[in-house]
Design a protein around this ligand. Structure first.
Ligand code: NAP
Length: 480
């Protein structure tokens, strides 16, 4: 396989159906080689406002197009993406660094949002009732909000884009997508797929920029913008909420996580290790849903740690473009070093941390760590690690384990390995998280509601809820 970019890889902004050049450019780096992959458009705040104008102009006709016609465009986008899935995976690998298998998994998951929301588009239901006093009918209707501004992170450059674009378009909104500066190529490729699927000019706009703060501020201050959907860190999410509060702008927030992974007394250790490998290592640990801290019952703690370490040691580390590698590069040297800083902080707290294997010297690679005998409250359990580092806390008392699991400002997902599903659900009901995976290492599904409690976010994506982030509820009182 060629290590070059796919033939159809746009590098300029998409505004009003035109690929628009910019005065300055932004380098996209391959984290596995640290070499340059491409130069892409670097939008100014004014160009951000051009995208707002284009999306606003397109909203008039798109918002009144039939749900079925929008569904057909989304379904066609699914078909195109599926038939070119390796191109998408290759872009993800090259700009994000992850392993080929993870990139194929992401590309497939990303395409599924187009299929799922093509199915949901025509099934939005209003409501008709008689008022209890008999004086009127109550009709509840839904209408598209308007221009949606979508900001996505680098860790899932395809899936975070489609998880927002698909429901927004299904609802009848027009969009401006701003991907992370590290991984803009996949987002531009996805937008090109939508153009080829028949999305009219201005319905999908993409703004890539090195100035995400000023560009976003200009866009969010514009009264033509109706809603913000953000995925990224809790820190940036809070900054954006301060801005959207000024306009009382609806804001959907998918933010950071600090997922606990509980292995309870009596759980099957082999399946817990298998689940841990997925929950911790999918995407090299760079997932908001990544298991961040492991709470393991004392009766199985040693066996779990030994088997988990052995499984991690068996992972082949190297460039994701080589399909035989299991663990690719981190997205950048900066992100890799942030993970190492958390490990170093833990060492200062007295913890011994040794990597399970050796990572290649060139590129932003990092070998996994299993760190045993960690105390709850250590920097390893407080911070979102976002990499292949697995701290293990041993517990004796299940209620104490649940307390420690919930002792965080985050609440995205928890993992529970129990002796059976019944006990798993009993414990899951006590977890302060929007999602709980029971006896399995992955929960994400386009057909399920994805989102967090506490500082992990506001609103839900996917499932039947996702489209409602882009719909306004309107009630008509009709005189009888
Ligand atoms: P980030 O630094 O918050 O960046 C996310 C996005 O926000 C990027 O597009 C970034 O663009 C942009 N951004 C940064 N500063 C901004 C500002 N002042 N105004 C407007 N936009 C701004 O997060 P990240 O490091 O890319 O992603 C990792 C985080 O995302 C983790 O915390 C992870 O848990 C979270 N995440 C959450 C979910 C979820 O569904 N809950 C899913 C995936 C990731 P630039 O980078 O180009 O500046």
């Amino acid at each position: 396989m060629s290590v070059g970019l796919p033939e159809r890889t746009p590098t300029s902004l998409l505004v009003g159906g035109q690929w628009v050049q910019t005065a300055t450019h932004l380098q996209v780096i391959n984290p596995a080689t640290l070499g340059s992959l491409a130069e892409i458009g670097d939008a100014t705040p004014e160009q951000g406002l051009d995208a707002v104008a284009a999306a606003h102009d397109a909203f008039g006709s798109w918002s009144v197009s039939s749900a079925r016609s929008r569904a057909e465009i989304l379904r066609k986008a699914f078909d195109i993406m599926t038939s070119e899935i390796e191109d998408c995976a290759r872009l993800i690998v090259l700009e994000n660094g992850k392993a080929w298998r993870d990139a194929m998994g992401e590309a497939t998951y990303a395409a599924e949002f187009f299929r799922w929301f093509s199915e949901v588009a025509a099934h939005v239901q209003g409501d008709f009732r008689y008022g209890p006093n008999g004086d009127k009918t109550i009709i509840t209707d839904y209408r598209p909000m308007g221009v949606a501004y979508l900001i996505t992170p680098w860790n899932f450059p395809a899936a975070m884009a489609t998880r927002k674009l698909a429901p927004a378009l299904a609802a009848g909104c027009t969009t401006i997508l701003k991907p992370a500066a590290e991984t803009p190529l996949t987002a531009l490729w996805v937008a090109d797929v939508l153009e080829r699927a028949g999305a009219p000019a201005g319905v999908v706009n993409v703004v890539t920029t090195s100035k995400s703060g000023p560009v976003s501020e200009a866009i969010l201050s514009d009264p033509r913008v109706a809603t913000l959907s953000f995925t990224g860190s809790t820190y940036v999410g809070k900054l954006l909420l301060e801005q959207t509060a000024k306009r009382v702008l609806p804001s959907s927030m998918e933010l950071g996580g600090n997922a606990p992974f509980l292995v309870l007394e009596g759980a099957d250790v082999d399946s817990a290790v298998e689940g841990a490998m997925v929950a911790k290592m999918r995407n090299g640990g760079a997932a908001c849903t990544a298991a961040n801290r492991f709470y393991v019952h004392a009766s199985v703690a040693d066996e779990f740690a030994v088997k988990f370490e052995a499984a991690l040691r068996g992972m082949k580390i190297g460039p994701g473009i080589d399909q035989s590698n299991d663990l690719g590069a981190m997205v950048s040297v900066k992100e890799r070093d942030k993970i190492l800083e958390i490990v170093q902080e833990a060492e200062k707290e007295g913890i011994t941390a040794t990597a399970v294997s050796e990572a290649p010297g060139e590129g932003a690679f990092l070998s996994p760590y299993v760190i045993r005998d960690v105390q709850h409250g250590s920097s390893l359990t407080r911070n979102e690690i976002f990499g292949p580092v697995a701290p293990i806390v041993t517990f004796e008392d299940q209620s104490e384990a649940i307390r420690m699991a919930n002792d965080t400002e985050y609440g995205l997902i928890s993992y529970v390995y129990a002796k059976d599903a019944g006990e798993g659900i009993k414990v899951a009901r006590q977890m302060e998280s929007g999602m709980v995976a029971i006896n399995r290492g992955i929960a994400s599904d386009p057909a399920a509601s994805f989102g967090g409690m506490k500082e992990s976010g506001l609103g839900r994506e996917g499932g039947f809820d996702g489209i409602h982030e882009f719909l306004e509820t309107q009630y008509f009182a009709v005189d009888l």
